[in-house]
Design a protein. Sequence first.
Length: 367
Amino acid sequence: MTQDKSRKVTIAEVARLAGVGTATAGRVLGGYGYSSEDVRNRVQESARKLGYRPNQLARSLITGVTKTIGVVAGDIQSPFYSSVLRGIYDVSRAEGFGILLTGSDEDPQKEIEAVELLIQKQVDGLIVAPAQLSGAKHLQAFVATGKPLVQIDRIVEGLDTDAVTVDNVSASRRCAAELIAAGHRRIGIVAELEWWQGGNLEDFIEGVLAGTVLPDHLFPSWQRLLGYLQAHLEAGVSVDPALVARVGTYSVDAATEAIASCFRNTAPPTAFFSTDGLMSAALMGVLKEKRLSIPEDISLVCFDDLDWMQFHEPTISAVVQPTREVGERAARLVLDRIVDGARSPSRSVLKADLIRRESIQPPASSD
């Protein structure tokens, strides 16, 4: 039977060819209600012959299911989120779900708008890297709809949902410990440290040294600073706040200036720890400008193992995050909760591994 490709085949035509009522054909093609195996086969074969394509919007209005998962990424340009999204996509697609992607640029207002858009699109679940770690009434409101929400990378205080994060503290503590074990005592760190609900940077450092700062509801960059400080504390090495390159605006220019200020100290760092890919790029730029050789003049460890690090001469020691696994687990949590919404929230904390390469050696002279 030849069909006019420009004309949309109706469900009534499928029903007529299959010899069933329109309502029965609708149940079969919509995947709801009961129909015998014989009827299902006839309807599906008729739909195939006619080239019928179901109206997904109409189906969702009947079933309440759109077979889509909404994702709000903090920075859709970031290699971190690119890999996370790969994991979400692979798992979702295998289960017949699509993903709707939007971003927040780490801006709470943009996140609110993104979540509202996904609600309007009637997504069946939401995966979000929260842009704020307290309040977040828009996320609370989404949870109240009964649809699943999974937090990734960081957790909002008081938002009791499934979550998948990385153990930033342990990985960063090991990075700093490796540098300390190599003999370094003046170790710089560069991180985006725009805001902490407990006060300023000095308060944070004092809190860590006093053992009163907990990692649960910190942004990843603050968690990495926490691990860096813990390594100093455990080794009995004093912390110089002047070696903390605090970046307020997330940009290479801001990071470059913060790093350069560390080298203006009368006792500059002999080693450096960068807490993400952008910070690493800024740090490499400063080292090149100052003509400092790795590791002869300065040792280096980076969080996030970017492609160029294993090809740089010398190769760069770096932390590998299980980013794809973050996405895979988050997607599975959403899909599992769509099936069983009554189970208790699950919190997965994944290990990040340090790959030691050629960028660490003892300092050229004692501190």
